[in-house]
Design a protein around this ligand. Structure first.
Ligand code: G6P
Length: 360
């Protein structure tokens, strides 16, 4: 490949570090000279025409879709369903009268997602692909494309594509809200600029993440990520990163679901990484941390400034509450990276995985 690692030991670390620049690039690409959102008017119209959005994706892109659903529902007041492509393909739910299908795919080549697109095209449902590869199969075969502008992502474990997907999804949601005449007290470009600065600050704190990885994950057999609301979705992504590259069995759970089964797995010393970035569930997630700690878990609490409490392991810089996933994912990416490094794993090319999966 022509893309070089430069001074970086791994593409993954380089791509983690690129995230603030990618967010600033997206702000530039999606803004006109009057500081208004610049977006394909056909995409805007498709959003206005639909009565429900169906997001179809796999892996990390699916996790971005879960957060994107919140953006669209909370900002633009459009109902959204998020589906794993390989499930949707063989077990299609009832579709609303005026659906819009949004395919989220870094590569634009994922066969599972394409299989759904072929089916929705056969039914003439409108479709939009959000991808890092315009010109890819999913981009060509969908009606519209939004470009992530993240630059080539080489490491198998996706990092900058995820945060780029979230940025484009929030811009799309705000654009739709504006087109619908919904008054928002939220300037996406300003808030994303704050996110980019916060990301930069976090990328400067790698030693802290390395310490957390060393302390919690050097000998761990498993690790749980817990969160509520948006933090739950980021926990799923954090767990995926960790399992992909460190081979530690990692799972993300909704804080409130622990007591319905998973808490049985907690043993003396089990690492539990808890996210606390959401004001309305701060009290309840703290309760969940106490429950696992009382059963011997070794909790690592990553909170957001303003919601932090004494004893938290790491405190994130404050960003708009809707956008916390773009920031809280960074320590999880870095913790996974250092955990893999400490365990001598091949960070950029983990076993059994491919960057782009072109078979169903
Ligand atoms: C593969 C990659 C994952 C990625 C998923 C979806 O499994 O290893 O990192 O999230 O495919 O890829 P896409 O290109 O469709 O976003």
């Amino acid at each position: 490949t022509d893309i070089e690692k430069g001074t970086y030991p791994h593409f993954m670390l380089k791509e983690i570090d690129e995230q603030p620049f990618v967010i600033r690039k997206i702000i530039q690409e999606y803004q006109d000279e009057h500081d208004q959102i610049k977006l394909d008017p056909n995409v805007r119209q498709a959003m206005l025409n639909c009565d429900r959005v169906y997001i179809i994706a796999c892996g990390t892109s699916y996790h971005a879709g879960l957060v994107g659903k919140q953006f669209m529902e909370k900002l633009a007041n459009i109902p959204v369903e998020v589906h794993v492509a390989s499930e949707f393909s063989y077990n299609m739910p009832l579709i609303s009268e005026k659906p819009l299908f949004i395919y989220i795919s870094q590569s634009g080549e994922t066969a599972d997602s394409r299989s759904v697109l072929v089916q929705t095209n056969a039914k003439d449902y409108p479709s939009l692909t959000i991808t890092n590869a315009p010109g890819s199969t999913l981009s060509r075969e969908a009606d519209y494309t939004l470009h992530l502008h993240a630059g080539p992502e080489i490491a198998v474990a996706s990092t900058k594509a995820y945060t780029a997907q979230l940025a484009v999804l929030v811009i799309l949601a705000v654009d739709t809200a504006q087109a619908k005449g919904i008054e928002l007290n939220f300037n996406p470009m300003q808030e994303l600029a704050i996110v980019a600065n916060a990301m930069e600050a976090l990328c400067d704190q790698k030693e802290e993440m390395e310490k957390i990885a060393a302390e919690y994950l050097t000998v761990a057999r498993n690790c749980f990520f817990i969160g509520r609301s948006a933090d739950f979705f980021v926990g799923l992504e954090g767990a995926l990163k960790l399992k992909e590259i460190s081979y530690i069995q990692a799972e993300g759970f909704a804080g409130g679901e622990l007591k319905h089964g998973t808490i049985a797995l907690i043993e003396e010393g089990t690492p539990v990484i808890a996210l606390a970035t959401q004001a309305n569930v701060n009290y309840s997630i703290r309760g969940n941390v106490k429950e696992v700690a009382a059963r011997g878990a070794y909790p690592c609490i990553i909170s957001m400034r303003g919601l932090d409490q004494e004893g938290d392991t790491f405190v994130l810089p404050e960003v708009h509450e809707l956008l916390t996933p773009l920031v809280s994912v960074i320590p999880l990416q870095l913790i996974a990276y250092y955990a893999a490094l400490h365990r001598d794993c091949d960070v950029d090319k983990p076993r059994n995985l491919a960057k782009s999966v072109t078979v169903e």
